[in-house]
Design a protein around this ligand. Structure first.
Ligand code: COA
Length: 326
């Protein structure tokens, strides 16, 4: 059986920077509160004329170039996002056109901040069962367009960006070892964007009631995120015969520094083997893990054959993880 090996990885963040100090002038918050509660110092904000697939295009071009293939060789594009350019056509199809990936089937995954892991899990299966040679997995978001800039409990947390990996079918023991995904829809109310769907289609009323913005019960999400991410990390290691000490790099979803520290403690993976960039980008949802993987590789923290553990948690609730022999 061939394995899904990462042969190329790319990342892109928009140039615009919004610092905690800038936020102090927008809502009643402080650099000190945001830094100590979340670890975030600044985040990137897309330019007015950029859409999510523009960010995705930049990241994808890097991943495809590194993989040394042509866009026409891509069999599938799996696009994880909570902020597609529009409801349909899918961001996957829009990106397919921008890339000229004419032979790819393209679709979107809606699993909030766990979207990249969900997409990875699907790609892994297509490759392992022999129905694909090359798959582009993308996580991209422009969350700045769906945050309520008058709500200090959410607007300080999120940022914009994109990451992409090119997975190729290869013989050998490198590649995705195992991916696990989970969900529990009974928690749906704690993190949602209620407007714009069939429940609350756009109306003057839905706009007056700010239904097109993220609503989150931060503290409840936090508690469940810690437990779920810890549990999935331990499960992935144990079922595959590894311990925390075997992991070369932990790449967690970058939502809150305190969540990351809790996972480090439970899995015994030290700080110097955990990739963190939350201070620069905040929570970029489905884009956070591929951006972190891209940066880690660029900066020499990620080498061939390293054991990499990626874990995420998001709206749904959804959570999951992937263990990869890089
Ligand atoms: N600046 C200053 N004060 C703020 C604030 C801000 N930006 N946001 C909230 N506060 C206040 C609250 O109003 C509250 O005040 P009160 O005690 O007077 O009522 C106080 O800070 C504590 O709020 P709480 O929500 O209990 O804080 P917290 O320690 O849970 O931290 C989050 C808040 C959002 C940082 C944290 O809950 C979190 O990270 N949650 C998970 C978010 C997440 O990961 N979401 C995406 C899914 S992965």
């Amino acid at each position: 059986m061939k394995k899904a090996v990462v042969t190329g990885i790319g990342g892109y963040v928009p140039k615009g920077i919004l610092t905690n100090k800038d936020l102090e002038t927008i809502v009643d918050t402080s650099d000190e509160w945001i830094t100590t509660r979340t670890g975030i110092k600044e985040r990137r904000i897309a330019a007015k004329n950029q859409v999510t697939t523009d960010l995705a295009l930049e990241a994808s071009k890097i991943a495809i170039k590194k993989a040394g293939i042509r866009p026409r060789q891509i069999d599938y594009i799996i696009f994880a996002t909570a902020t597609p350019d529009m409801l349909f056509p899918s961001a996957g199809c829009l990106l397919q056109h921008k890339l000229g990936a004419k032979n790819a089937a393209a679709f979107d995954i809606a699993a909030g901040c766990s979207g990249f892991i969900y997409a990875l899990s699907i790609a892994e299966k297509y490759i392992e069962c022999g129905s694909a040679e090359h798959i582009l997995v993308v996580g991209a978001e422009i969350l700045s367009r769906i945050v309520d800039w008058s709500d200090r409990t959410t607007c300080v947390l999120f940022g914009d960006g994109a990451g992409a990996v090119l997975l190729s079918a290869k013989n050998g023991d490198r590649g995705i070892i195992s991916t696990v995904i989970r969900s529990d829809g009974s928690y749906g109310d704690l993190l949602k964007l209620p407007g714009g769907g069939s429940l609350f289609p756009p109306s003057y009323e839905s706009i007056d009631n700010k239904l097109h913005y993220i609503k989150m019960s931060g503290n409840e999400v936090f508690k469940k995120a810690v437990k779920s991410m810890e549990d999935i990390a331990v499960e992935l290691l144990e079922t595959n015969g590894y311990e925390g000490k075997d992991v070369d790099l932990l790449v967690p979803h970058q939502a809150n520094m305190r969540i990351i520290q809790a996972v480090q403690k439970r899995t015994n993976i030290p700080e110097n083997r955990t990739y963190v960039n939350i201070h620069k980008y905040g929570n970029t949802s489905a884009a956070s893990i591929p951006i972190a993987l891209f940066e880690a590789e660029e900066r020499g923290f990620l080498k061939e054959r390293d054991l990499v553990l990626c874990i995420a948690f998001g709206a749904g609730f959804t959570w999951g993880g992937s263990l990869i022999r890089w």
